[in-house]
Ligand binder design. Structure first.
Ligand SMILES: [Zn+2]
Length: 336
């Protein structure tokens, strides 16, 4: 069997003909295996979904209980037979519940890693390299210019600014699943003990994280109805990035606009969004982590799914690993 007979791209997503399933399909399909809960990978309307318990719970929180005809939860490291194909989920270190999916059949093992990062993140299980013949990798930050600084340094800059401007509210844009909770956790680990104010769009997911034993401390709704404007002086307010471009944000005292994203490495992007304090905190691998991970898997072939495919494909070729872009569409980096 050739690797591309075991998994290959279709308009709906990566398809496994012998197992008759898709991985992270972007259109409704009969049987879907889902790596993690970001909306570009986890969509509603499939006949059945196989995923980790956390990913299924997150999908139910976002789409409602009836998001799929049927669901099946799998534990990390457990091997499941799907129409004769062995399927095992391994941790991806991206967000709570995120997994790489190893697909094995006819003597070939392919690992579809979904989105992943290698940095420590105490809100999810760390990435584990899995030996394989073909490694399928994202390339969101697949250019040598992308090297993420330590997240503790970025949080340190935020806390320094909070100290320096006590009259201001610091408004931190962060994606609702994963990034927001990681920022909260980093603030707690850095010793910030005051309540953290959150936009309503983060409430359900944050309390779900808390219910899974991830202590985010005291989270308070960032509603101005409950207090005068002055109550938010010196506060840290976290909300989805979209919230801070509308009128909602202007109600806070002397707001300082912050954004936690790997894209904040690019000054121009921060400027375009009106971000005064860019925080380079990413839930994706940077260039060094992508290339080190490829080598660690020992894969003789690499398929690149989404992001800046060309540079990573070229790097693989230079080190003697066969590589090709898959040109999958529909993945928009919800959690960059
Ligand atoms: Zn993601």
């Amino acid at each position: 069997m050739r690797a591309r007979d075991l998994l290959h791209p279709r308009p709906e997503g990566l398809y496994c003909p012998p197992g008759d399933f898709f991985i992270d399909p972007v259109r409704p399909v009969g049987r879907a295996l889902v790596t993690h809960g970001h909306s570009d990978h986890a969509r509603a309307g499939h006949g059945s979904v196989l995923a980790t318990r956390e990913t299924l719970d997150i999908m139910a929180l976002r789409y409602g209980e009836g998001f799929a005809g049927a669901t099946q939860a799998t534990a990390l490291g457990e091997t499941i037979d799907v129409n004769g194909v062995s399927v095992t989920f391994h941790p991806a270190g991206h967000v709570l519940g995120s997994a790489q999916i190893a697909v094995e059949h006819g003597g070939i093992r392919i690992v579809a890693s979904g989105d992943y990062k290698r940095r420590r993140d105490s809100t999810c299980t760390p990435f584990e390299p899995v030996a394989c013949d073909v490694f399928i990798t994202e390339a969101t930050f697949g250019l040598p210019v992308f090297r993420h600084p330590p997240d503790t340094e970025e949080i340190g800059r935020l806390l320094k600014s909070v100290k320096q401007f006590p009259q201001s509210a610091h408004l931190v844009g962060a994606y609702a699943l994963g990034k927001a909770q990681r920022v909260m956790k980093l603030l707690r680990e850095a010793g910030f003990e005051k309540p953290i104010h959150i936009h309503g769009a983060l409430a359900k997911l944050s309390s779900y994280y808390q219910s899974r034993g991830i202590d985010l401390g005291d989270l308070q709704p960032a509603t101005l109805e409950t207090g005068a404007k002055g109550d938010f002086a010196g506060a840290i307010v976290i909300g989805p990035p979209s919230a801070f471009v509308d009128r909602w944000a202007r109600r806070f005292p002397e707001p300082i606009s912050c954004f936690a994203s790997g894209w904040m490495r690019i000054r121009q992007r921060a400027k375009q969004r009106g971000v005064e304090l860019p925080l380079i905190i990413s839930d994706h691998s940077d260039w060094d982590e992508l290339t080190e991970t490829i080598l660690e898997t020992g894969a003789s072939e690499v398929w690149v799914t989404h992001g800046r495919e060309e540079a990573l494909v070229r790097w693989c070729e230079l080190v003697g690993i066969a590589a090709r872009p898959l040109h999958l569409v529909g993945y928009e980096d919800e959690g960059d």
